[in-house]
Design a protein around this ligand. Structure first.
Ligand code: 13P
Ligand code: SF4
Length: 301
């Protein structure tokens, strides 16, 4: 039996469904029932009827799945797959802002630990951050932990006072404007599509800024035939699948998220067989972290 056949058999036996982020390896995306960006996957987790979800992504994704569907068993193929940015804000900093700005809304990127979510008023993903912040009644906003997405939101919603902390995604933040300029020179017809976790110098060069699904949708629906892509290399699988005749160019220093790449077919088989690596949260953390996520789903409707 192939690994793919074994996974298919185990899924039926365990009443399991497999969710995968676009950044995991292509062979993992191939066995997934649903593939998407963080927003799509978090919305989806709530509506599934299977008793077990295998979440192929980093820890905060499994935690969010568990928060939104607490009755389900949420299995993480590798508990060491952890987004470094998800930890990049301190509680004392959030408390200091709260004291200084009585009307403050703390807006928390979903790429954060469940504990950090409990300090926040509402969560966002890169797909809905601008919309959700616009909907908030507070004028003063603290955006945590990603400074790049936070700055992008500040620029898109100038009527609000959006403040940021100094967190960042090491992969997107390292995408270099210089390498993109070189790519643009080599491919003058290509449009540049950029994830908002990239630094401002990169966002300023973009023809389009959006989440991973936003980038895939833009490239698929646009009449253009060539695109320079400034996000994690994992999206190339879906881009090529949807657009076999179009050309996609990535920076020569390839943006690779090592945590996303730790998910393998063997690890999926292991958690399906054993039920190990459940995403579990204390009742207190779960209660505090669920509300901002639910508020996000409500405000982004
Ligand atoms: P999206 O899934 O919102 O595009 O975010 C990208 C990312 O870095 C996920 O970890
Ligand atoms: Fe975190 Fe960046 Fe990896 Fe996404 S790509 S999981 S933000 S380190």
């Amino acid at each position: 039996m192939t690994k793919q056949e074994e996974i298919a058999k185990l899924k039926v036996e365990k009443d399991a469904v497999i969710l995968a982020h676009y950044y995991v390896e292509p062979e993992v995306q191939e066995v997934a029932d649903y593939i998407g960006d963080s927003f799509y996957l978090s919305k989806l987790a709530q509506g599934l009827t299977n008793s077990t979800i295998v979440f192929c992504g980093v820890n905060f994704m499994g935690e969010s799945g568990k928060l939104l569907s607490p009755a389900k068993k949420v299995l993480m193929p590798d508990l060491h797959a952890d987004c470094p940015m998800a930890h990049m804000v301190r509680k004392e900093d959030v408390e200091r802002y709260r004291q200084e700005y009585p009307d403050l809304a703390v807006v928390c990127y979903i790429n954060s630990t469940a504990e950090i979510k409990t300090w926040s008023d509402v969560c966002v993903t890169s797909a809905n951050a601008v919309k959700v912040v616009r909907e908030l009644s507070s004028h003063d906003i603290l955006f945590i932990p990603d400074q790049n997405l936070g700055q992008y939101v500040a620029q898109q919603v100038p009527e609000k006072n959006v403040m940021v902390v100094d967190g960042y995604c090491p992969i997107h933040n390292a995408i270099s404007a210089h390498e993109l300029h070189e790519l643009k020179q080599a491919h003058p017809q290509a449009q540049l599509l950029v994830h908002p976790e990239c630094p401002q110098a990169v966002r300023e060069m973009a023809d389009f800024v959006g989440s991973t699904s936003g980038i895939i949708k833009y490239a698929t629906e646009n009449a253009g035939q060539e695109f320079i892509i400034a996000t994690e290399i994992g999206v190339s699988y879906e881009l090529q699948k949807k657009n076999p005749d179009k050309m996609f160019y990535f920076p020569k220093t390839t943006p690779i998220c090592p945590d996303m790449k730790t998910i393998t077919l063997d690890k999926i088989i292991h958690v399906l067989k054993t039920g190990e690596n459940q995403a579990n949260l204390s009742a207190e953390t779960a209660a505090g972290a669920k509300l901002p996520l639910e508020r996000m789903l409500e405000l982004s409707k």
